[in-house]
Design a protein around this ligand. Structure first.
Ligand SMILES: [Zn+2]
Length: 226
């Protein structure tokens, strides 16, 4: 049940991403950083890798692996999910993509991070809706707190919670659960009341009843013998 719920929520979070041609800011710099990273480590330069990076830098929202894989498949059907995921991890290592985990179930989100304006997120932990927040006003204060000798690659700010719809849904779920618990408790109490009466020894109210029971008993024993 729990797994099914998580699966449903995951499916809800997989969003339809769209490549936006007018974007692409920071891509040249990110590609150069990636190339240098690969060269230093003697790793291969592949067209798939460059393509995935190109797609990422043409999105305007953070994304999860499944959404990105779905998009990449729609555009270029040959790349498998594992390749997409492994490349994402490599991009994070190379410092061209940032990763964050706003959800309790551990779903990971990624986004381009080279040449981007500092920003924060408002994330709904139920449906995964993400709204980008501008940090231009508060950022100078945050930067003041970061140590001068620290090499910052990303500053993040999340507002985690529930969107209005999910808040209503969650309250509804809680109420249903409470109702179910109350019913179960009542059923258990009823069952407890019934049991002793069935177990209790029969009480006779007249001598006739005793005789009738004795006769019945004798009849049963006679039948057994035959
Ligand atoms: Zn929501």
């Amino acid at each position: 049940m729990k797994h099914q719920e998580t699966q449903q929520r995951r499916e809800k979070i997989v969003r339809n991403l769209k490549v936006r041609q007018e974007l692409g800011q920071g891509l040249d710099e990110a590609q150069a950083m990636l190339n240098a990273y690969l060269k230093e480590r003697g790793m291969n330069h592949t067209p798939e890798r460059d393509y995935i990076l190109w797609v990422i830098y043409h999105l305007d929202v953070p994304f999860d692996v499944d959404s990105l894989h779905k998009l990449v498949c729609e555009e270029k059907a040959l790349i498998c999910r594992v390749t997409v995921y492994n490349n994402l991890l490599l991009f994070v290592e190379a410092g061209v993509v940032a990763r964050f985990q706003p959800f309790v179930n551990g779903s990971q989100f990624f986004e381009k991070c080279v040449g981007q304006k500092p920003h924060g997120y408002q994330v709904c932990r139920r449906c995964g809706a993400i709204k980008v927040l501008s940090l231009s006003e508060i950022l100078p204060h945050v930067e003041e707190q970061v140590h001068k000798s620290f090499h910052t690659s990303q500053i993040c700010l999340y507002a985690l919670g529930l969107c209005n719809n999910c808040y209503k849904e969650e309250r509804h779920d809680v109420k249903l659960k409470q109702l179910a618990m109350k019913l179960e408790k009542e059923n258990r109490a009823n069952a407890r009341l019934k049991k002793p009466t069935s177990r209790r020894k029969k009480r006779y109210t007249s001598i006739k009843e005793v005789i009738r029971d004795q006769e019945l008993q004798a009849l049963k024993e006679k039948r057994k013998k035959n």
